[in-house]
Design a binder for this molecule. Structure first.
Ligand code: XLS
Ligand code: NI
Ligand code: NI
Length: 438
């Protein structure tokens, strides 16, 4: 295999005292915790689009990080990216990757040519996956970058665009199946609107559901056994994205009879853009039986867009892993680093430091989440807080046997509620700090 990063060694676990920047301090991939190796709990994935493609371009300047991989030939470039991502995965002990169709092979002049290019690259990828023991966490289609998608894909006012998107997604699902993908993601890149003055919202939403239905059913027909995910995001690129947040998407799936076959891919930065915490979105997915996978990143609270930074906030990773544990762990999902190093961090060492930082933050968060569960104080507190439902009128409410008349009679004889107790938020926040830092 060609080597692209000779300066990067294999990153090893050296324990928390290590000051070696090219080592893990909390992530020990083969350490067995709670019945299985850490790598199986955390299921890290590299995001092709950021790690192999994004070179730091923003609206004020071009790439700062050279990701040409020594060639200007588009297909040679695509092949080199494939070799390079496997080298990085090996060096970082990451078992999974995720991609959009257009990340792995450049779009051709026609759909047919684009599809042929995907065939060539996925043949190579299938070999590399086998050789290196790597897996595809999920695939997806980029139905937002090309100018044809300027008004959306499934929600475009132009039926030709709908047809093109359907065909593109069909192919993206085929290559996901070919590579044994565990999941397939729909992120509504431009499925939203800029102004209602030119928008038929009802038609757009129904078309979006139709596109999900026909493409997901096609996937099942050709043998896709993994999970379909929708990735909520409230805004960006459009002012209002239809897949606003977890609750909105769950309602949409229910309305269109799609909830049996779809789960959610929750992204931290999208949660905060929607005015929620990451933990809120994960909990909303979990309690609705829709927890699937995670795009692991973090936003900047001072900025109003998707900065896609590598996650290093231990409160966030801890509370996230607590939700993952409550959901019973990952099945087909995992932790995909939908994240990029900053524009000023323009070397491959930076890319590696960034992944190490994210992996260690999640490894530490996972260890802390287990500590919280072992400690039990938070769980016990919550259980006790709802104790009124375990007997008397509460029990009857919970088993749904109390009628409205019975509740009225109960309330009348009660006079007023005299039994409220403190929620003890500050005490609980201090308990959490104690578990994290003592
Ligand atoms: C963009 C999304 C995107 C999806 C995959 O904000 O996070 O990267 O994860 O299409
Ligand atoms: Ni994402
Ligand atoms: Ni995002």
């Amino acid at each position: 295999m060609k080597e692209f990063f000779p300066e990067i060694p294999i990153i090893k676990y050296e324990g928390k005292k290590s000051e070696n920047p090219l080592a893990f301090r909390f992530y020990d991939p083969d350490e067995v915790i709670a019945g299985k190796p850490m790598r199986e709990h955390l299921k890290f994935a590299v995001a092709y689009w950021h790690t192999m493609c994004a070179g730091g371009t923003d609206m004020f300047g071009v790439d700062t990080h050279d990701k040409t991989f020594g060639t200007s030939d588009p297909m040679e470039h695509a092949k080199n990216k494939a070799y390079a991502i496997f080298e990085l995965m090996n060096k970082l002990s990451i078992d999974y990757f995720c991609f959009h169709d257009r990340d792995i092979a450049p779009e051709g002049r026609t759909l047919a040519e684009s599809n042929e290019r995907l065939d060539v690259i996925t043949d190579l990828m299938a070999e590399l996956m086998k050789e290196n023991g790597k897996k595809l966490l999920w695939g997806t289609a980029n139905c937002f970058g090309n100018p044809r998608y300027m008004h959306g894909a499934g929600t475009s006012p132009n039926a030709d665009v709908f047809a093109f998107a359907a065909a593109q997604i069909k192919k993206a699902i085929e290559i996901t199946v070919k590579l044994g993908g565990n999941g397939y993601v729909y992120w509504g890149g431009r499925e939203g609107y800029e102004t209602l003055l030119n928008t038929d919202m009802g038609l757009e939403l129904d078309n979006m559901a139709h596109l999900l239905r026909i493409t997901s059913e096609y996937g099942r027909k050709i043998g896709f056994k993994g999970d379909y995910y929708i990735e909520p995001k409230p805004k960006e690129p459009t002012k209002h994205q239809y897949d606003f947040d977890a609750a909105t998407v769950i309602g949409f799936l229910n309305k269109h009879g799609l909830s049996k076959d779809f789960k959610l891919n929750i992204e931290a930065n999208h949660a905060t853009l929607a005015g929620h915490t990451f933990q809120h979105e994960l909990a909303m997915a979990r309690v609705n039986g829709a927890f699937g996978s995670i795009d692991a990143n973090i936003g900047d609270m001072l900025l109003g867009w998707d900065t896609d930074q590598f996650p290093t906030n231990i409160y966030d990773t801890t509370l996230c892993m607590l939700e993952v544990l409550k959901a019973g762990g990952f099945t087909n999902g995992g932790l995909n680093f939908d994240a990029k190093a900053r524009r000023g961090s323009n070397t491959w060492e930076d890319t590696v430091y960034a992944h190490i930082a994210g992996m260690d933050a999640f490894a530490l968060g996972f260890r802390m989440a287990l500590k919280i569960m072992d400690d039990g104080r938070l769980d016990t507190f919550v259980k006790n807080r709802y104790a009124s439902y375990s007997e008397g009128i509460g029990k009857k409410i919970l088993d749904r046997s109390a009628t409205i008349e019975e509740l009225e009679a109960y309330a009348l004889q009660m006079g007023d509620v005299k039994t409220n107790t403190s929620g003890r938020q500050e005490y609980l926040e201090n308990v959490l700090n104690g578990i994290l830092f003592c």
